[in-house]
Every structure is written in structure tokens, then in C-alpha cells.
Write a protein that binds this ligand. Structure first.
Ligand code: ADP
Length: 548
């Protein structure tokens, strides 16, 4: 029983709401159809009772007619009157035939029909009457009525036999007065008995009819009550289940909206509400996932920002140190100059060479300062997206040679042996000033991180690119730092041993990106490094290529 309820529950929950409503309405329609059947049955039964009452009226009238015809025959001795007597009896005899046909072990409906037709019953009433006898012959009222009918049939046959005897006596040549009186008395008694039985029959039928009306009214009342109760219960259960589940979904959506991403709606059915609950649960899952992802990204971003702040702080301290160092040196140079000037004439004479030397050193410091400030300006231009190229026809060979010439003194000071392999006339449509900046940065790094070791410079044309390689044999770059060193403020060398802002390679990369070129490093820690710059020889859309 429990298993069946579970199966029904499962099937019910898998139905769509529309189908559930169809089922509810279907059950209601079925119950109403049942109610109508009961009504139809009741109407037919009551109509059969009415037909029986009518039939009983015909039966009684015929019996009375027969009695009157016999009385008339007694006076007139006219055979037509006796025939009228016999004709009148045909109605109760027809009814008798109908009754005995239906009392057979296998009721004979057709014979019963013929009997009722002979009994002057309306053809439309015959079938309901037959059904009534067959269905309710065991109901006490009908049983008693049929018993009265059976007895009346017997009495009627005696009445007919007595009438025949009476006729025979009347026709005798010497009628026996005494016998005639006796038969007449019998006829009278039988007639009275028949009247009693007719009354008994109609009384029982009337009581049965009232009983049946009561039963029918009760049945109809119960049927209407059942339809109403079942309909109301089904409607209540269905609507309560729908509103509860909708409330559950709305509470869940609210909870998820307020940040409780673990909350889930009850999705235990396959109907529309079940699908909405599933969608809300999926939304909750997605939100939970997205929220976790967002949290992770916020944490990452916070870490990045903290690192950026740290890098910026480091940069500020390095930048102030880098700016301060040449300034202090410059100040010392100027103080030395002032001393020499104030001592002039009194102390030993200052040679013009010494003065020239001091001024040269001061100029170098100023150049260094100016370079640092230029770098800072470039950074702010890059950050503001304002770093613009001034493109002209550039001979990269000349640019490389010019930078090398400018560095000749520093190369000598760093005790580096420089070897060059430079193709002539490597030309392109570039920004010469910015490319010199890149070459300067690579060369100064090679001198800084590869001091007293050989440096090789190579400028070639390779598959449509101008390729510049600057190779040193210094401290090298660890594989894990290869990408990082091209970022802002990123430094891998120790600040105590190597000065710098960590901006040179970043600025170089930005310049090369703007040219459509690229820069990368090939290195291993302690094995020196080779920085390779590639610049496209052709401008975009220039099919003939840059000049050779
Ligand atoms: P800076 O040299 O001022 O620190 P750069 O942007 O030019 O800034 O270089 C970034 C970092 O890359 C340097 O701090 C250094 O660690 C590394 N680097 C650059 N060039 C070389 C090189 N030739 N050899 C070894 N390391 C280098």
C-alpha cells in the first residue's frame, strides 16, 4: 500500500502543472458523469414504478370491467357481453404472462414484453418495468407487491373459472337456482378479494416508491457531497503544493540574493516549478562559483596592488638614491671648484687642465641626472599613452656606430673588449632618437653587468628584420627572471652592487612594441646574456620593403 502511494506520488510529481490540472478536472468530470448515471438510473427506476402504478390501474379497471360485463350477461344472456367479459380479462392475463416469464430461472424478456403489451402497457415503459422486477424483486416492498399480484392472478383464474361455470349453469334447460346462487356468491367473494389484493398491491408499490425516492435522494446527496469534497480536496492539495513550492523557490532566491550561496530550493518534481527550482539552484551554484572566483581575483589583485605599492616604494627609494648620488658628486665638484677659486692667487696656481677635468666630471654628473629625469619622463609618457614615435628614414648602422662612439670612454673604463659585426646601411622607417635610447640601454647594461668581460655587437638583416644582438659575458639572467626584467621597476641584480631604476628594459620594450618589433634575452645565470632586438624592415603595407 505504502509502495503504491510512493509510485503514485512519484508519477504525480513528474507531471507538468497543466497535466495535474487536467487530472483534477478529469477526476471531477468522471465523478459528475457518475452522478449523472445515478440520476439517470433513479429517473428510470422511478418512471418504472410510475408505470407499474399505471399498469395496476389498468389491471383493476379491466377486472372491474370484466365483473360488470358478467353482470350484464346475467341480465341479457347476450354472448357479446360474455365475450366482453373475456376480452376485459385479457389485460390481467397479459400481465400474468409477463410476470411468469420474468420469474423463470432464465427470465424471458421477449415473452414478458408481449405480456405487458397485451396488458396495455406503453411500449416505452416496458423495459424499465422489466428491469425494475429483475433488479429489485428481492426488495421487501416489491416482493410483497409481487406476492399480492401472484395471488391476484390465482384469484382471477378462479374468478374466470367460476364465470364459465356460471354461464354453463345459466344455459342449462332447467337451471339449478341453488347452484346459480352459490356460484354468484363465489364470484362476489372472489371479486372482493381481488379488490383487496389490488389495494394491497398499490399500497406496497406506493411504500416501495417512497422508499426508493428516499434511497435515490440519499444516493444523489452522497454523490454530490463526494464530488464537492473530492473536488475541493484535490484543488486545495494541488494549489497548496504549488504555492508552498513557489514560496520555497522565492525564499531560496532571496537567500541567494542576500549572499547565502549554499541555499538550494527543493527540486523533487519534474514539472514547471521543479524546473524553475533547478534553474534557481543552478543560478545559486554559478553565483557561488563566480563569487569564489571574484574573491580569488580580488585577493590576487590585492596582492598585485600590494606588490605594485611595494615596487613603487622600492622605486622611490632607489630613484631618490640614484638622483641623490650624482647630485652629491656634483655638489662636491662645485665645492672643490669654489675652494680652488677662493684660493686662487694665494695658494698654488690651478692648472687649466685640472679645471677642465672638474668641469668635465660635473658635466658627466649633469648628463647622468638628465638621463634619469628623461627616463622618469618617458615612464610618465608611457603610462599616459603619450609616448609617440617620430618616424623618419633611419640608417640603423649609423645609429649603432654613433652610440658606440659616445660610449668609447666608458667601454675603456669598464675594461671591456668590444667586437662588432655590423652590416652596412641597415635602413628602415623608424624613430632614430628612440632606437638610440634602446641601443644605449643595452650597451650600458652590458657594461654594467658584464664589466671587464668581452662584449659583442652584431647588426644584421634576417628574414625581413633588422636584428641587433648585444652579447656580454657577465652575471647573466636566471631563466625565471627572463620575462620579468622587461616589466616596470623589475630588477634582479642586487642594488648594492649595481645601480639602476629597473626601467631601461621596460622603456626599450615599449619603444620596440611601438615599432612593431620585439626584444628578448637568451641567457643563463653566470653565463652572460644576449639581448636580441628585431625591427621590421618593411612598414606595414610596404610590399617593396625598406631600403637595403
Ligand atoms: P636597471 O639596469 O636600471 O636595473 P633595466 O631595466 O635596464 O634596469 O634592467 C632590468 C634588470 O634586468 C636589471 O636590474 C638586471 O637585473 C637585469 N639585466 C639587464 N641587463 C642585464 C645584463 N646585460 N646582464 C644581466 N642582467 C641584466
Amino acid at each position: 500500500m505504502k509502495g503504491l502511494a510512493q509510485i503514485i506520488g512519484k508519477r504525480w510529481s513528474s507531471l507538468s502543472i497543466a497535466k495535474k490540472l487536467y487530472v483534477v478536472v478529469g477526476i471531477m468530470a468522471f465523478l459528475i458523469a457518475g452522478e449523472l448515471l445515478i440520476l439517470e438510473f433513479s429517473m428510470t427506476t422511478l418512471s418504472a414504478v410510475r408505470a407499474f402504478v399505471g399498469g395496476e390501474g389498468l389491471w383493476s379497471k379491466a377486472q372491474k370491467d370484466s365483473a360488470i360485463s358478467l353482470l350484464r350477461y346475467e341480465l341479457t344472456r347476450d354472448e357479446q357481453d360474455f365475450q366482453a367479459f373475456l376480452d376485459a380479462l385479457k389485460i390481467p392475463e397479459g400481465d400474468h404472462l409477463a410476470r411468469i416469464s420474468l420469474e423463470k430461472p432464465v427470465p424471458d424478456r421477449e415473452s414478458a414484453r408481449q405480456g405487458f403489451l397485451a396488458g396495455n402497457i406503453h411500449p416505452d415503459d416496458i423495459d424499465p418495468m422489466i428491469d425494475l422486477i429483475l433488479r429489485f424483486s428481492n426488495v421487501s416492498y416489491l416482493k410483497r407487491a409481487i406476492a399480492a399480484w401472484t395471488e391476484a392472478d390465482l384469484v382471477l383464474s378462479e374468478f374466470k373459472a367460476a364465470a364459465n361455470e356460471y354461464r354453463r349453469l345459466l344455459h342449462e334447460p332447467n337451471p339449478d337456482r341453488e347452484k346459480i346462487r352459490s356460484v354468484r356468491a363465489t364470484l362476489s367473494t372472489l371479486n372482493e378479494r381481488l379488490t383487496e389484493l389490488e389495494t394491497q398491491f398499490s399500497d406496497e408499490l406506493g411504500a416501495g416508491s417512497r422508499w426508493m425516492e428516499g434511497v435515490i435522494i440519499s444516493l444523489l446527496f452522497l454523490a454530490v457531497l463526494a464530488v464537492e469534497c473530492i473536488g475541493l480536496t484535490l484543488t486545495f492539495l494541488t494549489s497548496r503544493s504549488i504555492s508552498r513550492r513557489l514560496e520555497n523557490i522565492s525564499d531560496t532566491a532571496k537567500a541567494i540574493g542576500e549572499g547565502d550561496f549554499t541555499r538550494r530550493a527543493v527540486a523533487d518534481s519534474n514539472d514547471e516549478i521543479g524546473r524553475v527550482a533547478l534553474a534557481v539552484n543552478q543560478m545559486g551554484g554559478l553565483l557561488e562559483h563566480s563569487y569564489a572566483d571574484l574573491n580569488r581575483r580580488v585577493e590576487e589583485r590585492t596582492r598585485e596592488l600590494a606588490n605594485a605599492v611595494k615596487s613603487r616604494d622600492e622605486f622611490l627609494s632607489i630613484a631618490s638614491h640614484e638622483l641623490k648620488t650624482p647630485l652629491t658628486a656634483l655638489q662636491l665638484q662645485l665645492q672643490a671648484l669654489r675652494l680652488l677659486i677662493s684660493a686662487n692667487g694665494e695658494g698654488p696656481a690651478v692648472s687649466p687642465q685640472k679645471l677642465q677635468g672638474l668641469i668635465d666630471t660635473s658635466e658627466k654628473r649633469i648628463r647622468k641626472l638628465s638621463e634619469l629625469i628623461d627616463m622618469l619622463l618617458d615612464i610618465s609618457r608611457i603610462e599616459g599613452g603619450k609616448l609617440k614615435l617620430e618616424l623618419t628614414e633611419v640608417n640603423l648602422t649609423d645609429a649603432v656606430k654613433d652610440v658606440l662612439a659616445l660610449f668609447s670612454e666608458q667601454i675603456a673604463q669598464a675594461k671591456c673588449v668590444l667586437s662588432c659585426e655590423i652590416d652596412e646601411n641597415v635602413r628602415g622607417h623608424w624613430d632614430r632618437f628612440r632606437l638610440e635610447q634602446v641601443i644605449t640601454n643595452l650597451l650600458s647594461n652590458a657594461l654594467k653587468y658584464g664589466a671587464s668581460k668581452p662584449i659583442e655587437i652584431k647588426l644584421t638583416r634576417e628574414s625581413g628584420d633588422a636584428v641587433l644582438r648585444v652579447r656580454d659575458h657577465g652575471i647573466g639572467v636566471r631563466p625565471e627572471d627572463k620575462l620579468r626584467i622587461f616589466n616596470r621597476f623589475e630588477r634582479c641584480a642586487s642594488s648594492q652592487n649595481f645601480s639602476g631604476l629597473g626601467l631601461g628594459l621596460y622603456i626599450s620594450k615599449q619603444i620596440l612594441d611601438l615599432h612593431g618589433g620585439q626584444i628578448d634575452v637568451d641567457s643563463g645565470s653566470g653565463h652572460g646574456s644576449t639581448f636580441t632586438v628585431k625591427l621590421p624592415l618593411r612598414e606595414p603595407g610596404d610590399e617593396k620593403g625598406a631600403s637595403a
